[in-house]
Design a protein around this ligand. Sequence first.
Ligand code: 26V
Length: 838
Amino acid sequence: MPSRPVSTYKPLCQSDDKDSLKNDIQRHVISSLGNDYDPPRPYPYYKALAYAVRDRMVDRWIYTQRRYHESKAKRVYYLSLEFLPGRFLKNNIYNLNMDQCSRQAVAEFGFDLEDLSELEWDAGLGNGGLGRLASCFLDSMAALQIPGHGYGIRYDYGIFFQTLSNGHQIEKCDNWLRNGNPWEFERPENLYEVQFGGHTEAYQDENGKTSFRWVGTDNIMAMACDTLIPGYDNGHVINMRLWAAKSSREFNLEFFNMGNYVGAVEDRIHSETISKVLYPNDSVDQGRELRLRQQYFFVSATFQDILRRHKKHIACWSEFPDHVAVQLNDTHPSIAVAEFMRLLIDQEHLEWNEAWDVCVRTFAYTNHTLLPEALETWPAALLGRVLPRHMEIILEINRHFLAKVRQHFPGRDDLLEKLSIIQEHPERRVRMAHLAIVGSHTVNGVSALHSRLLQERVFPEFVELFPGKIRNVTNGITPRRWLLQANPGLAALISQHIGTGWITHLDEMKKLAPMVDDPAFREAWRKVKKENKQRLLRYVLRKTGINIDESSLFDVQVKRIHEYKRQLLNIIYVISLYNRLRKDPSSVTVPRTVFFGGKAAPSYVAAKLVIKLINSVAEVVNNDQSIDNKLKIIFLSNYCVSQAEKIIPAADLSEQISTAGMEASGTGNMKFALNGALTIGTLDGANVEIMEEVGRDNIFIFGLKAEEVAEKRRSGHNPWDCYHQNPALRETLDMIRDNFFNPEEPGIFQPLLHSLLEGGDHYMLLADYADYAATQEAVDKLYLDQDEWTRRSIINSINMGKFSSDRSIGDYARDIWKVEPLSRADFNGNCPLPGEDA
Ligand code: 26V
């Protein structure tokens, strides 16, 4: 091969000074957007700024990809059906360390960077924690200079847009690409064909060996759309490649020539539905064919892309796992195990055992939930119809696997049924978690407790069979978005005292420990919180027309609405507070504003009813003049990443109150504590580790522990006992029963009461109520001592080092992926020419 010519390319617009940025903004307004630059209008200037920022990432991105290529570094592929990046503008500006000059540049056009940033649509290609985790992880891979790639689907419609009508959730479609997306590069030249349906055929290859091919398929094209993810101030830019579905018929002239023009277009629309919409997947809604097609579509395109990139550089397949690590974000991409086996066997003609060894050494799988109803399974009939060859391969994987089980547990036929990848009853289904476990070298849970419960409760037989395979990597969040960018006041205060090292080494926040005893520092800390609260208050006034008392305790629960997350427990306590206020306003010493935010899956009836209840209670409470403005309830519609950035820095109290043993980790809990909120929470998920880091005295822990929940469920829990023993609770439940908050729609909340009292209180809400209420009183008591509250707020924030996603990614890189960061030296040199390796 001829060697590549030495690059003479010089960056076109790398200068990060204000004037060159201004110049580029104006150039883009004119030549990229075709607008008059005078008078400046906000939207074109937002977009032009985005283009000018993107210009400054492209060179570094090409350069980074070129370094990956030349250093032959091992790479990580993070496969996720969900990413929740939120808005990009400020994130990219901060990561490129361009905030000063960007602010100045737009100011000279008469704009405020914050206002321009608000014009960007929030990219919501995920449901909640799992998707946001994927985006935090990409930020950390870029920050740590780990050769990494994110792969997913470019949905036309992300998570639905939530509005409220008479207190009910209404879903609207999230047409996030309506005004175009200045951050992405569409690559119509970068297409792969993905097969569906058809059937399989056996044939004899040239050596007389029986091989299989998959024929008669319906094919769809996958088009790459790339978004650049810059690392923090390090010149490293990684790629998030999302696939958009395109019809293959578009390229088939014959189809048109047959005269069926309209039919061809219809067919094209049908093909392109594959990447139309993100599934709101956290309700029991399984077995949807389109969802399976989405999973395979994305996996197939991704593997074609990975193999294209690596095939020519490896001497033999057994060294492939030395170059490539693939992380499966939950079971959603786990069909990849069967797909990679298919490629190795049918196309590369490896022997089964050889292929299997390569496969297992390539994959690792992250489990994100213990809830049995949330573990994905596909009807075997459906999988066999959509992906016939994969079904055969899965059965073959299972045959080999069960042989191993028999060998390991002789005579234990009961275990075969438990461990099998195929569930036989009541219907034949493929258990994707089993496929992922068997097909991976490492499986991890996302907090210490979750990983232990996975080992002990969900997969004990797998632990015995594969000792050491199931491990823990505790989740984390990126301090760039969740502190530097979301809370500039606090970030500045911190940097003033300890410098800016914390931005990439969050552990350094501990250097602030001596400041806890400095009254002036505490005062400054309080001042920042106050300003953040004022900012949120203005937002709430704009959005809802409701006036909030800025000195009230801001008590916040924002997350998906789910029974196990127990927003219902929170609102029941709030009703009891209201009752106390009605009887005697002076009995409540701390005014509270209780914030709720979150979406319910559209088909999740109970969760939607909780939203309605919160809003009904809010309506009554917020309009009751007799309670001296001591309680307000705010349900903020359409909770999303950009709204989280406004809410979290303003919170005093963070509600993390899931039934112990049910929240795998939580990541909101980390964001709140990092921003100085105190947590009221159960010993669930990562709350346990947060308590360990901040100290038992600096967190409000209540309720049953995971083991106690299990024990109570076994021995029988009688919710009526709680009802009878607690007059305040009883009064509250009676009010709901008697339609106090919903005289116009009597009876609508009965299903909620029924699940608590008649349905056995599965989520232990009544069992935990008394302790929760008592702990809320301890919260009030502490809040009266503002100085002590602030002290604990600081202690929380400065001890969050462990929960940086840099630590999580460091753990994955070292223990699971075995990849090394590229050294800084790799990033000093000439900019390369754009190469074929992107
Ligand atoms: C899915 C389903 C589907 C069936 C009904 C119940 C149910 C409940 C939850 C889910 C979501 C499962 C995957 C998920 O989003 N897990 C979240 O992952 C976060 C990142 O690791 C973690 O912080 C959250 O605790 C975990 O719920």
